[in-house]
Design a protein around this ligand. Structure first.
Ligand SMILES: [Mg+2]
Length: 325
């Protein structure tokens, strides 16, 4: 598989996960699953939300500036802002301050009593950073922190974003140009790769909360449970909420435990909670790992018009830029 196919898969994976998760956002897992079983896991609206809109903004700004430029990115978020995309209250507040002329270096620090948000609004948009810096973990961390900080200043939001970006990067690095002969061999190789990815993520994480959750993922992956039990434990031990530490590890687990793109998204959404963002983040990693062609056609074809072509173009521009920097 080519690296370009992985870049396309990551960005398209965000939009597909986001649009599939959106109609059941806030449902409990059982209700979310019942809703989609009724619809045969077909996409019911195809409309993407803030997750995809902000991912587009990050990609556009990284491409235009050949890397991070805070003032430009803040303006890009404002230019792209569409109220109907379901932005969270913290991000809306920060964007309002930015539109009133508050510096991008200060706005995000003014919310939540001066601590900044630890929501997953930074991690949900971070895939382009993981792609662009897939070969350089420290640069990836630095840029992920900066991209987060514009709206999410809390350490836990920034670390969550960096961790998801690194998962996307690892997914890009592995499995390129593999020459395998049988499905079993491929499955075995993917399993070993994923175990290595989890070890790398654990080594990359700095904050105790994330290290603990990654250790729990390891235990959950070893537990041979039925689907229902796996879902219950994922929700109770990893979380399905809007805090970055209650959703980034959940997305990583949804990817790691599954055998293809579709399965990972179905699992993520079946957990309920912040389904659009958890599925968008799962889609970023799964899309990067399995590539664009692994995404079910009918899901891509059901997305709102123009977005597949535009994300494909952004993925190609990021790919070209990644060779220059
Ligand atoms: Mg959303």
């Amino acid at each position: 598989m080519s690296l370009l196919e992985k870049f396309r898969g990551a960005l398209l994976g965000v939009a597909v996960g986001d649009a599939l998760g959106a109609p059941v956002e806030g449902f409990d897992g059982e209700s979310a699953r019942r809703f989609y079983e009724k619809h045969g896991w077909k996409m019911v609206s195809g409309k993407y939300t803030d997750d995809t809109e902000m991912t587009i903004g990050v990609a556009e700004s990284l491409i235009a500036c050949k890397g991070f430029n805070g003032a430009h990115l803040a303006q890009q978020f404002l230019r792209n802002y569409n109220e109907s995309r379901g932005y969270g209250p913290g991000t809306r507040e920060v964007l309002k301050m930015l539109s009133e002329g508050v510096s991008w270096k200060e706005a995000s620090r003014k919310i939540f009593g001066g601590e900044g948000s630890y929501g997953n609004g930074a991690a949900m948009r971070i895939a382009p950073v993981g792609l662009l810096y897939h070969e350089n973990a420290e640069k990836l961390r630095e840029v992920a922190f900066k991209v987060s900080e514009i709206t999410h200043a809390h350490e836990l939001a920034k670390e969550g974003a960096a961790l998801l970006a690194f998962a996307v990067a690892l997914a890009c690095r592995y499995g390129c140009n593999r020459y395998t002969v049988s499905a079993e061999e491929e499955e075995e190789e993917a399993g070993e790769t994923k175990r290595e990815m989890l070890r790398s993520l654990h080594a990359f994480a700095r904050h105790r909360i994330y290290k603990e959750k990654l250790a729990r993922i390891e235990a959950l992956l070893h537990a041979k449970e039925d689907e229902e039990e796996a879902r219950k434990r994922a929700v109770s031990e990893l979380g399905n909420g809007e805090a970055a530490f209650n959703s980034v590890p959940t997305a990583i687990f949804s990817f790691l435990r599954s055998h293809d793109f579709r399965e990972s998204i179905v699992f993520a959404i079946s957990l309920g909670g912040d389904t659009d963002t958890i599925a968008a983040m799962t889609g970023a990693v799964s899309g990067a790992f399995y590539g664009e062609r692994s995404i079910p056609r009918e899901w891509l074809e059901s997305l709102e018009s123009g977005v597949v072509a535009y994300l494909t173009k952004l993925a190609e521009d990021l790919y070209e830029l990644s060779k220059e920097i």
